[in-house]
Design a protein around this ligand. Structure first.
Ligand code: ATP
Ligand code: MG
Length: 332
């Protein structure tokens, strides 16, 4: 059976970008021909500062978000990364396989470290190496992610290939990215050239899964656009990043193609389109956020679920790590 792994950082609250770019696909893959493993990557989250109490709350809230969105712990393995030590252990080995130059080229590193990169954590620099370990410690073959993670997946392939070459083995699989659909690149509501992120300091830049109807409507009303009406064909979105983004979001939420959306709304002004988008977003997100709130009332139940998930994950990861140590020449 093909094996899927993907993770989300508990570095803030879930955004519509996470939902359309990742979780929606996670849910579908449970019912396809895959074994699915989904992780709250808390070790990744601390590559930038996280307040301990907030990290705890965000991890549980993320678990609630997964379940409320349709991840079924009976069908998928759901857990948080720090409970399965194999991730960090294999991550160290990959730190010794990957090259500094590979990391330096990563756009996420450049974006997140910013100008003052000497002050960024070493963990932030090595982020893709730990991500490769997340995936490869399960020998996962398919990784559903948003477009922004494509470069890290290519690096995961490079690490697998170099490890196999260095040790003359055919051990780690070469991973396939799964990046598809209108939602795989949701942009900031304030700047069409920047991706929507849960860690963006501006709350107005994103739609949170937990935003209430009024907040949603207000954020969409205030979203940056241009003065022209919507085009009736996709070519008309060329060079109109903000317009394209709102149409993409509509398409992702409605499960329609961009072309089909434009057939319906082409010619409308944004003042007409935005309320339609807000209505659709509320209809899709309100059931998820109310279910999240309900689940958050029972933290012990969430913790127990994560514990069970971690045991199941470790059962797969431990033998793969053992074999890795053996290949490398560690005496066990
Ligand atoms: P952070 O700002 O802390 O990096 P994030 O919102 O980028 O948070 P991640 O946990 O880094 O979220 O990524 C989780 C998943 O969501 C990944 O598969 C990523 O590709 C996807 N994703 C994140 N942002 C977007 C976006 N704007 N559009 C589509 N997919 C996204
Ligand atoms: Mg991110």
């Amino acid at each position: 059976k093909k094996r899927v792994f993907s993770g989300i950082q508990p570095s803030g609250g879930l955004t519509l970008g996470n939902y359309l770019g990742a979780i929606k696909r996670f849910v579908q893959m449970q019912d396809e021909d895959y074994e699915t493993i989904y992780c709250m990557v808390d070790l990744h989250a601390i590559t930038v500062w996280q307040d301990p109490a907030a990290l705890r709350r965000q991890t549980r809230e993320l678990a609630a978000g997964f379940i409320a969105s349709g991840i079924d712990p009976a069908k998928s393995i759901l857990f948080n990364q720090s409970q399965v030590a194999e991730h960090a252990q294999l991550g160290w080995i990959f730190n010794c396989v990957a090259r500094m130059g590979w990391m330096q080229r990563m756009t996420q590193w450049k974006d997140k470290a910013g100008k003052n990169s000497q002050n960024a954590s070493l963990g932030l620099f090595a982020y893709p190496s730990l991500m490769a370990a997340d995936i490869l410690t399960y020998h996962a073959t398919h990784v559903p992610v948003g477009e922004d993670q494509k470069q890290h997946l290519e690096l995961t392939r490079d690490i697998a290939i170099k490890f196999n070459n260095d040790y003359g083995v055919d051990f780690f699989p070469v991973t396939e990215p799964v990046i598809e659909g209108a939602g795989t690149r949701v942009m900031s509501l304030r700047d069409g050239s920047k991706k929507m992120s849960k860690s963006d300091p501006s709350d107005a830049s994103r739609i949170n899964m937990t935003d209430d109807a009024d907040t949603l409507a207000k954020k969409i009303r205030k979203a940056k656009t241009d003065p022209d009406a919507l085009p009736s064909e996709a070519e008309g979105l060329e060079g109109r990043a903000e317009a394209r983004n709102l149409v993409n979001i509509y398409a992702g939420l409605a499960d329609m193609s961009v072309e089909a959306v434009l057939r319906d709304v082409g010619g409308k002004a944004f003042s007409e389109f935005k309320p339609l988008l807000a209505e659709l977003a509320v209809a899709k997100l309100a059931p998820i956020s109310s279910e999240m709130a309900r689940l958050m009332e029972n933290e012990a139940e969430i913790d127990a679920l994560l514990h069970t998930g971690a045991d199941a994950a470790r059962a797969i990861a431990a033998p793969i790590l053992e074999k890795t140590y053996d290949i490398i020449g560690m005496v066990r």
